[in-house]
Design a protein around this ligand. Structure first.
Ligand code: ATP
Length: 285
């Protein structure tokens, strides 16, 4: 039996635009995504000689074939024609669930990377990302990591220059957002403010953190905030204590702030901790 270890990194959306509804019912998206240092740990035993099983230290996460990490192992073995003779996956969960931080997708991507490495890297990272699209729309990016422009349903990826070094504070409020409901709402509203992707790309190319922060834009942010005014409270704290930029990530409900100094992050974190148990300080990775 062999044990594989792999980190699964959370993502944040620096930009997120919904370009329209496709004939197949999905939406075309355009998003600059960034991995951050909040991570789940994945361990995989290969060759257990027993039926497949999955364990997770956090309650409420499925531990059967519905888990995206399990799905990823199944897809990899089926497509690559591998018979691992029994797999046990163990997940140590730190990425908050239903946050818009791609927790399940990150776990799936980590499983794909680990299995591909185990079998001698038969797939390039981009081919592995393409395989990830069969599991979920955020999986291709979570395979590649770093800073990327993601388009279509998330399967079209282009690497961008690394996000400038900074500190990021993430706050996950208690409430969750129904993603299908959110897409229904976005189809009904006129989107007033869309990301300027050219400006974001130039900011990344120049390594200009302030410009990156000023070009944060997520079309879902105002839609979710109008239903959950506590996001305004979180954002007002970010603003008051000197964050350079802030917004909700993905379909929510986590919000993040970009700050240039650790001391500022620590103050924001302490203020938020009074009301929110799930506050994190992290960095782009
Ligand atoms: P996204 O940003 O991709 O929308 P999210 O943060 O909204 O992700 P996740 O935390 O990835 O959402 O999980 C959403 C649901 O997916 C969970 O409620 C859970 O039932 C299911 N799920 C399946 N596999 C996993 C996994 N490995 N980790 C967490 N959740 C998983």
């Amino acid at each position: 039996m062999t044990t594989l270890y792999e980190g699964a990194f959370a993502k944040l959306n620096l930009t997120l635009d919904v370009l329209g509804k496709r004939d197949d019912g999905y939406h075309d998206l355009k998003s600059v995504m960034q991995t951050v240092s909040i991570r789940d740990d994945i361990e995989i035993d290969i060759g257990t000689g027993k039926p497949w099983c999955l364990k997770c230290d956090k309650e409420g996460i499925p531990t059967d074939e519905r888990n995206l990490a399990w799905k990823a192992a199944k897809v990899y073995c089926d497509v690559m024609g591998k018979n691992p003779d029994g797999i046990e996956i163990r997940i140590t969960k730190r990425i908050p669930s239903e946050a818009g931080m791609g927790g399940g997708s990150a776990d799936a991507a980590a499983v794909l990377r680990a299995l591909n490495r185990h079998y001698g890297d038969p797939l390039s990272i981009m081919a592995l990302a393409e395989l990830g699209a069969q599991i979920g729309s955020d999986v291709p990016f979570c395979v590649v990591c770093g800073t990327c422009m993601c388009e279509g349903r998330g399967e079209q990826l282009r690497r961008l220059p690394d996000m400038p070094d900074c500190i990021i504070v993430v706050c996950k409020p208690e409430f969750s957002v129904s993603t299908p409901e959110l897409y229904r709402k976005i189809d009904e509203v006129a989107i007033a403010n869309r990301p300027d992707h050219q400006a974001m790309e130039s900011a990344l190319l120049a390594g200009d953190l302030e410009k990156v922060a000023h070009n944060l834009c997520n079309v879902f942010d105002p839609v979710v905030t109008s239903d959950h005014l506590e996001l305004n409270y979180i954002k007002s704290l970010f603003h008051q204590y000197g964050a350079v930029g802030y917004q909700m990530t993905g379909s929510g409900s986590a919000c993040f702030a970009i700050v240039s100094e650790f001391e500022v992050a620590a103050v924001i974190c302490n203020m938020l901790k009074a009301n929110y148990p799930n506050v994190y300080i992290c960095k782009p990775v």
